[in-house]
Design a protein around this ligand. Structure first.
Ligand SMILES: [Ca+2]
Ligand SMILES: [Ca+2]
Length: 79
């Protein structure tokens, strides 16, 4: 099965996990971890690790990933 998802699916996934705690429009690291473990379980195998990924996505360094910042992840998994 392919990991590819449509932009609509990805937006739905972002919103579902971002709403779990704190700001409903932002993904905390725990929310990102849950999102990836549930929706993209193959992604964190091998060398990539969640801390590095989170740092890469959180461009403005506020400790949360906005939907805009999430687009980097979307590009990554669409390659
Ligand atoms: Ca949140
Ligand atoms: Ca951020």
């Amino acid at each position: 099965m392919s990991a590819k998802k449509s932009p609509e699916e990805l937006k739905g996934i972002f919103e579902k996990y971002a709403a779990k705690e704190g700001d409903p429009d932002q993904l905390s690291k725990d929310e990102l971890r849950l999102l990836i473990q549930t929706e993209f379980p193959n992604l964190l195998k091998g060398s990539s690790n969640l801390d590095d990924l989170f740092r890469e996505l959180d461009k403005n360094g506020d400790g949360e990933v906005s939907f805009e910042e999430f687009q980097v992840f979307v590009k990554k998994i669409s390659q």
